[in-house]
Design a protein around this ligand. Structure first.
Ligand code: ADE
Ligand code: ZN
Length: 349
């Protein structure tokens, strides 16, 4: 999905963007990347649903219709496509099916642990029963071949009041796998400062905090996310424009959840070569490799590691990034079968 690219998107991808096209793929190297145990920490359930699964959910949909509604030219168009997919999900079983498919894909990518973001704010906006939907997801996640925990996400442009019930539900589901609260959507229309109170409530309820920021807006958006207590930043690529901010991220060990193909496909960077991932890493900013919305962006996690290799990371560095992905998990290490001492022994970016 993102299944059909526009001309502009194809040009961007051809420049290295979604990109494993230009160079022959070295199969053995890709297999090595797949085999490294790793975590996926920035991944939206609703953005992972492939066309075939969407058709199982709604058999009246044709592939042509799915392609039509999931085409986009820019970030605003991407958000519309994302909402369109969300609206197809009508029952707890639809969500559970999406998770069943995603968990298998993750296991096949060498992912041993995933923190999956659920657009809980969208579920409430649709007027659906969040309790029934999350109940089905929690049950399904316990049958999955990998360890899964959940991040509940509110929508920035819906405002702070709409985010409050998301926090309340997430806080009440901490014993059932919810580890964090976050905000996504349009950072320009919903600045982080408006969510200060909601983030405080989430933290006091024992939830960890993440925040999409510095994806479509500038470094000041990342600063606002830090000011309201974000412990990880979704994307955060605008930090490259601000030396002092990079120093702060480095010194406070706040990681950026980097999603290279996502940024190329939404047009916030011109090409994968233009992506600041390597420069952020060289500046000592902790970075993590993720897919964001793999079906809508046509990417895989091992493919994102391969893309990072092309951007200058050695295989040893990629292994370090994989270790870092586990170390920056919000869950305790025993959630994915690692002991505390193994965690402490891993070195970071
Ligand atoms: N929701 C799903 N993907 C997103 C992204 N890349 N940015 C903001 N919100 C999102
Ligand atoms: Zn995201």
């Amino acid at each position: 999905m993102g299944f059909v690219k526009s001309g502009a998107q194809q040009r961007a991808a051809g420049a290295g963007g979604g990109g494993l096209r230009e160079e022959m793929i070295d199969g053995q190297r890709l297999v090595r990347l797949v085999r490294i145990p790793k975590a996926e920490l920035h991944l939206h359930l609703e953005g992972s649903i492939e066309p075939g699964t969407l058709r199982e959910i709604d058999p009246s949909l044709s592939l042509a219709e799915i392609e039509e509604y999931t085409k986009y030219e820019d970030f605003a168009g991407f958000l519309r496509a994302y909402v369109w997919v969300n609206k197809r999900l009508q029952t707890p079983e639809h969500y559970a099916l999406a998770l069943r498919r995603l968990a298998l894909t993750l296991a096949a990518q060498g992912v041993v642990y995933a923190e999956i973001t659920l657009s809980a704010g969208v579920i409430l906006w649709k007027g659906q029963d969040l309790d029934a939907i999350y109940g089905a997801l929690w049950e399904e996640s316990q049958r999955a071949p990998i360890a899964i925990r959940w991040i509940f996400d509110a929508v920035r442009q819906f405002g702070a009041e709409a985010a409050r019930p998301v926090v309340e539900f997430a806080a009440g589901a901490r014993e059932r796998g919810v580890v964090a609260f976050g905000i996504g959507g349009d950072e320009v229309r919903g600045p982080a400062r408006e969510f200060a109170e909601v983030f405080r409530e989430a933290r006091e309820a024992g939830l960890r905090l993440t925040c999409h920021a510095g994806e479509t807006a500038g470094p000041e958006s990342v600063r606002e996310a830090l000011a309201i207590g974000a412990e990880r930043i979704g994307h955060g690529i605008a930090a490259i424009e601000d030396e002092a901010l990079m120093t702060e991220l480095r010194e406070r060990a706040i990681p950026l959840e980097i999603c290279v193909t996502s940024n190329v496909r939404t047009g916030v960077v011109a090409s994968s070569e233009a992506h600041p991932l390597r420069r952020l890493y060289e500046a000592g900013v902790p970075v993590l490799i993720n897919t964001d919305d793999p079906a809508l962006f046509g990417c895989t996690l091992a493919g994102e590691y391969e893309l990072a290799r092309r951007l200058g990371f050695s295989e040893a560095e990629l292994e370090e990034l994989a270790k870092a992905s586990l170390r920056f998990a919000f869950a305790e290490p025993d959630a994915y079968g690692a002991s505390g001492s193994e965690q402490a022994g891993s070195s970071g970016p």
